[in-house]
Structure formats: structure tokens, C-alpha cells
Design a protein around this ligand. Sequence first.
Ligand SMILES: [Zn+2]
Length: 410
Amino acid sequence: MISWQDKRRSVVQKSKSSLIEQRRQGRVLIFSQLRKSGQLARIDLSKETGLSPATVTTITAEMMEEGLIEEADRAAPTGDAKRGRPRVELKLSSSSCIVAGIKLSKGVMSSVVVDLAGNTLGSLARTFNPATVEADVLAVSVRELLKDLLAPQGLKIEDLSGVGIGVPGIVNKEEGYVYWSPMLTQRNVPLLERLADHLPVPVFIDNDANLVALAELWFGYGRTFDDFIVVTTEHGVGMGIVIDGKVYRGARGCGAELGHTKIIPDGALCRCGQRGCLEAYVADYALLREANIAMPDLPSNSLESRLDQLYRMAQEGHQEAKSIFWRAGKLLALGLANIINVFAPKLIIVAGEQMRLDYLSSDEFTQEVQRNIVYVEGPRPEIVVHRWGDLMWAKGAAAFALSECMNASL
Ligand SMILES: [Zn+2]
């Protein structure tokens, strides 16, 4: 039988842990609000977060002492405030956490070093051309890239609070495990372990599309939204889902694999080994496969230059080239409509680096999406096309490292 003393001890314990959790939630709310808004006065932090002014005062004092936030330059008083004291605004302290983000991809590795406020301190891209590599070879390349990225800033790898790495393929973030990646020679690789063998700071890996979702949340169009979906088109087709301000990764920790949803039973062979995936009709290699059949005279240099050529021809009105892009666009529109039918998000961001996004911002593409959405009264989701440079993918990886480091500090 449980004694009353034990019962009381357990009640005290529970209320203590709920107080600790409440305080942590308060810190997370204040941190997230400052990340969204840039800088805010304590009274506005209280309004935006729903925390009491007293709680905001206590938590912000604590976070200032830890060096996580600092006073911004004083804002000029306006309206009623002119009669009162000048408003002191708070912001994230840029120097408290410096991280690097790396986007791995075939052909080029891009990297960026950022501070907690999201300021880019430096960036470096390097060609990386082997078809596939062993995990250790990849880890050494990452270390060398980081050294060269940080040297001009007078920084060493040890100065970083963490490194976030975006890996194409099917990645379990929690386990640091890569089930499959087009970059790696083997399947089922404990990539995080291999990276940790070569890097002296905390490393985090995730699927690259999830990181694009994080970058949109931290620095991009998603900054003022708690729920949205990002679809990426690059070498493959990726998807990131943000729910309640967090990236949703599902039970397997892999996140969403829009590119490998099936659109044609027993259709074209996909890089993942299955057939009929959306990616097998929309990704770069799929466009070139079509081009090889319809346009055998297309110059056969590198993959990029052939795609550039194909795109230029489509723009100049070449019928076969136009039809290749249009078919891919139609199938991607179907994929997007399916997502809208399932999630009904307020916002969908179609993100990618390249000119191929031009055919996605066309009216025909949007109409094709709308045509396949279940009709209900009410506003349709906003579809935004966001052209990114390679650097933004790396910034997504940096946002990931920042959020992981902050999870540990808040
Ligand atoms: Zn597939």
C-alpha cells in the first residue's frame, strides 16, 4: 500500500515537473516570437505569446543572463509612448550560437555559417562529382569543406555550436540513419556515427526537404505561419510539412516522401527501386529520359548543361521540349492537389533553385492544381513559388542546427 507521505511526495514531484515544463514552454514561446518578429518590447511579447507580463519579465531576465537574448537599439517612441519611458526592445543575441549548415547534393556541396539571429557570416560551395561514395569519404569531404568555410571568418570547427547537414534520400533524423541516399554507395548507413568520427562538435542530419521547410519557417515565407507545406523540386521531389511550428517527421522519422508517392501503377522505374513514383516523371533525370527518346540530338555533355539546353529550347517554343516540361508540370500539379486534398493547408510553398520553376509559376500550372482540388466553399490555399539559390538549402541545414541547439538550451 502507498503511504500518504509517498502520495504527497509524488504530488509535489508532479507539480514541480509541471512547473519546469511550463517555464520551458514559456522560454520556447518567447524564443519563437523573437525569431518571428526580429525584435519586440516585453509588453508586446506578453500580448503575442499570451504569457503574463510578470512571466515575460522573469523569463527574459533569465534568458538575458544566459546570453540568449539581448536589448536591441532603443525604438523611437510613438503615439502614447512618447509621454512614457522609451520602449526597450529585445532580440536574439547573435553571438550566443554560431552554427554551420551544409547541403549535400550530387555535383555540388554548399555550406553556410550563420549566427542565432540568422545573419550569414560566410558561405562556400564546392564541386563534388563522384557518383556515389562511402560514408567515411563523405565525412572527410564535409570536414574539409567546413575548415575552408570557417577559415576566412577566423573560426575553427570547434567554435561551432553545431553542424546541420541536409542529405537527399530517406533519412531517420532521430537515429542519424540513412536508409537510402542517391549519394551513398550503400543502403542503411549510420551516417551520423561516421560524421561524428570526423567532426569534434554536435552534428545533426535530416532529409534535405525537411530542412527547406525549416528554412522557410526560420527565414522565409513560412515565418509568420504555424502550418504550411513546402514542396521542393530539384534533382528529386521532396516535401516538408510544418504543423504547429514544427516539422512533422512521422513515426519512422523520415518525413514526407511526396516524390515516391505512386502516380502510375507499374510505371517508370524510380531511383528508389520502385516503379511509378512521381519523381520518376518530374525529377531532372526523368526530364532527360524523355528528352533522350524524343530528342536524340540533344547535346550529351553534363546533366546540368543538357537540362539548360532542354529548358532553353522549351522557352524558344520547341514543341517536344515544351511538351516534356508540360507533362512533368501536370503530374506535379496532380501531386500538389493530392496534398491539398489531404492536408488543406493555408499555404503551399513550391521551392527550388532553378529555372524549371518558371513553368510552375505559370497560370496553367495553378489551374491544373485547382482543377484537381476537391471543391469546397471557402478560400483556396495560397501557392507561392520561391526561387532559391543553393545557399538557401544550406541555410535550411543551418536553421536545423540552430533549432537543435536551442532545443537543448531552452
Ligand atoms: Zn521512388
